[in-house]
Design a binder for this molecule. Structure first.
Ligand code: FEO
Length: 394
C-alpha cells in the first residue's frame, strides 16, 4: 500500500513481518524488516530502490495498480544487493528499456547478479538530475557503506536523503516514522544493525558523514531502505553514527563462553562477580555463546570496553561456538577494546592460549595471561576467577 512520505514522495515498499533471518542465516531479525522503495512524482516519475525477489511480483503489481508503473521515467538503484534489487528483473520485464541510474560499481554488481544488460546510466558524486517542479536528484557515492556500489540520493527541493542501508534498521512497523514507534525497540535495532554490519567500515562512515555535512544542504528527512524513516530530528541518527564510528564503547564488559560440563560456566560467573565487586558501575553481561543469538552477542561486544572469552580445552582446541563467534569478531575489526581468556581443561590446556591468540589477532589488547583451571573448578578456582575479574578492572 502506498504511504505518503513528504511532498510528492510516497513509500511503496514491502514490510516483511515474518523475516527471522537475513543474509542467509547471518543476521537475526527478531522484529522482521522492511524493504523500503520510494516513488517521487514530479514532472518526472522516479522509483528509488526496490524489494527482495520473493515480493517482486506483488511489488510490481502494486505499482501497476497505483498507476505508477506505466508512468515511471527511470529507476535509481542506490545499491545492488538483492534485498533492494530483487524486483528489478520483474520490473524491467514489464517496462523494458527503463533507465537504471546507479554507480559504475552498481553496474558491476547488478550485471554480476542478474546477467542482464539493462539500460544502465552511470552516475557519480555531484551528478544531478532535474526532475521538474524545482526538484532535482543529487547523487553521492558511498563506497563500502556497505558495498562498493552503495550511494545516497538527495532530493533537492524536499531536503530528503535516500540513504539506502545507512541509518536503517531491520524493524517491521506499520508506523512509517521514527517519532511513532517504540524508541527502545528502534534504538536496539539501530545499534544492532551498526554493530553487525557497519563496524568494519567505521572510518569510512566518519569520512562520509563529514563530507555530506560539509555540503551544508538542509536535511529534513532521512529515508533509509530498511525500517522507519527519520522525520523527527533526523540528524539524531547521524550523530549516533558519528559516535558509533569513533571506536564506541560503554562502561560495559561482555563475558562470552561455552561449556561442556559447566566448569567454564562457573569461571565466567566468578569473573562477573569479581568485576562487579571491583567496579560496581560497570555493566557486566554474560553470554553462553552456544545458546545466545550471535548477533545479540556481537551487539554486546560492540557496546563493551572489554571482553573475556572462555572455553574448555577440547581436542587441543576450543569449542566450536566460541571459534565461530571469534571469527565474527575478528572480521568486524573492533578497535580500542581489551580482552582476556579463561577455561577448564583435563590433560592438556591449549584452550586459553588459543583464545588469547585469536583475541590478539582480532585486534584486542590482551591483559594478563588469563585463567586456566585443571578439571572442575573448586571454591579456590572460583575465587581465582573472581580475582581475575577484580584485577581486570583494577
Ligand atoms: Fe539492505 Fe546491503 O542491502
Amino acid at each position: 500500500m502506498r504511504r505518503k512520505v513528504k511532498g510528492n514522495v510516497d513509500w511503496v515498499g514491502k514490510i516483511d513481518w515474518e523475516l527471522k533471518k537475513f543474509h542467509g542465516s547471518e543476521y537475526s531479525t527478531h522484529r522482521g524488516s522492511s524493504y523500503n522503495s520510494y516513488v517521487v512524482q514530479e514532472a518526472k516519475t522516479v522509483l528509488i530502490d526496490g524489494v527482495w525477489a520473493p515480493f517482486a511480483k506483488e511489488f510490481v503489481d502494486n505499482l501497476e495498480a497505483e498507476g505508477i508503473l506505466a508512468k515511471l521515467d527511470f529507476v535509481v538503484a542506490n545499491h545492488g544487493e538483492v534485498d533492494h534489487s530483487g524486483s528489478l528483473p520483474e520490473l524491467l520485464r514489464r517496462r523494458p528499456g527503463l533507465p537504471v541510474y546507479c554507480t559504475a560499481k552498481g553496474v558491476q554488481s547488478l550485471k554480476g547478479l542478474y546477467h542482464e544488460d539493462w539500460n544502465f546510466q552511470v552516475v557519480k558524486t555531484g551528478d544531478s538530475l532535474d526532475i521538474g517542479n524545482g526538484k532535482s536528484l543529487v547523487f553521492v557515492e558511498a563506497p563500502m557503506l556497505h558495498w562498493p556500489d552503495s550511494m545516497f540520493t538527495y532530493l533537492a527541493g524536499e531536503a530528503l536523503l535516500f540513504s539506502n542501508d545507512a541509518f536503517g534498521q531491520h524493524y517491521a512497523s506499520e508506523r512509517l516514522f521514527n517519532d511513532l514507534v517504540d524508541q527502545d525497540e528502534l534504538w536496539a535495532e539501530c545499534v544492532k544493525y551498526y554493530a553487525n554490519i557497519l563496524t568494519p567500515f567505521s572510518a569510512l562512515v566518519t569520512r562520509k558523514i563529514a563530507e555530506v555535512l560539509a555540503l551544508g544542504v538542509p536535511v529534513e528527512m532521512i529515508a533509509p531502505s530498511h525500517g522507519i524513516i527519520w522525520r523527527k530530528d533526523p540528524l539524531q541518527i547521524v550523530t549516533k553514527y558519528q559516535a558509533w564510528a569513533a571506536d564506541y564503547q560503554e562502561d560495559r564488559i561482555a563475558i562470552l563462553y561455552d561449556s561442556m560440563w559447566d566448569g567454564t560456566r562457573k569461571l565466567a560467573e566468578g569473573i562477573a562477580q569479581g568485576i562487579s565487586q571491583a567496579s560496581p558501575s560497570t555493566k557486566v553481561v554474560v553470554h553462553n555463546v552456544a545458546k545466545t543469538d550471535k548477533n545479540d552477542v556481537i551487539t554486546d561486544v560492540f557496546r563493551s570496553k572489554a571482553i573475556l572469552a572462555g572455553s574448555p580445552t577440547v581436542n587441543r582446541g576450543i569449542l566450536n561456538a566460541m571459534a565461530g563467534i571469534l571469527e565474527e569478531i575478528r572480521g568486524l575489526k573492533f578497535k580500542g577494546k581489551a580482552a582476556s581468556a579463561f577455561g577448564c581443561h583435563g590433560w592438556s590446556a591449549e584452550g586459553v592460549p588459543l583464545l588469547l591468540e585469536e583475541l590478539a589477532k582480532a585486534g584486542f589488547e590482551i591483559r594478563g595471561e588469563g585463567l586456566k583451571v585443571l578439571w572442575e573448578p573448586d571454591a579456590a578456582a572460583v575465587e581465582a576467577a573472581r580475582e581475575l575479574g577484580r584485577k581486570f578492572v583494577g
